[in-house]
Write a protein that binds this ligand. Sequence first.
Ligand code: PRP
Length: 232
Amino acid sequence: MERTQEEKYLTIALTKGRLADRTLALFEKIGISMEEMKDGSRKLIFENREQRLRFFLAKGPDVPTYVELGAADIGVVGSDIIMEEKRRVYEVLDLGFGRCTMCVCGPEEAREKLRHHEMIRVASKYPNIAREYFYNEKQQTVDIIKLNGSVELGPIVGLSDVIVDIVETGSTLRENGLGVLEEVCPLSARMIVNQVSMQMENVRIRGLIAMLRAAQSASANLKFASRKRGKA
Ligand code: PRP
């Protein structure tokens, strides 16, 4: 798509790490490439002058903050963060990658305590999700302890009975002698949009969403076709 020099830059906040890599790969499929971002640089912000796009890298929990306050028009972030941060943004697209599950995890002996609705201690990077799950969904009073990482330590060192955390491959749990006790909800990477930008830049943003959707279904069809070929 041709752009004029005066056209405003659209700013896209990406979650640093694996999600950013997957997002860039998806954007490449629709002809938006950010070569600079791939060379292991420590730079945090990158421009594609031709397409009038600016990408920057942020910590997951900060992405909805940038988007709600308009420092970014668009953000790509996990649905866990969206649920936890509760920012006023539009969630417009499930990107289909970064799939994992929010779970209550712990040692096997915690299962009984959960079943009997005992007053347990729950460690989590996601205190809002944990509160919503135990208080609203399960109607169970628990003590929630906020941690910032390596949450699996909680039950191991006796800080908490269980944890509420993301499980992807399950290897962190296994290697630490813990298991999934209950599933809270499935998670994946989502695209979010600032509410004002959605109105002011409606055509461009809708165009971008449509192209990303088309790229997603093209690769889904490709996978389906190759599975069928494999079976034939
Ligand atoms: C996340 C999560 C689990 C782990 C799950 O941690 O909090 O610890 O990944 O992945 P797995 O099921 O594939 O083992 P992260 O790597 O973000 O580090 P952190 O615990 O320091 O936040």
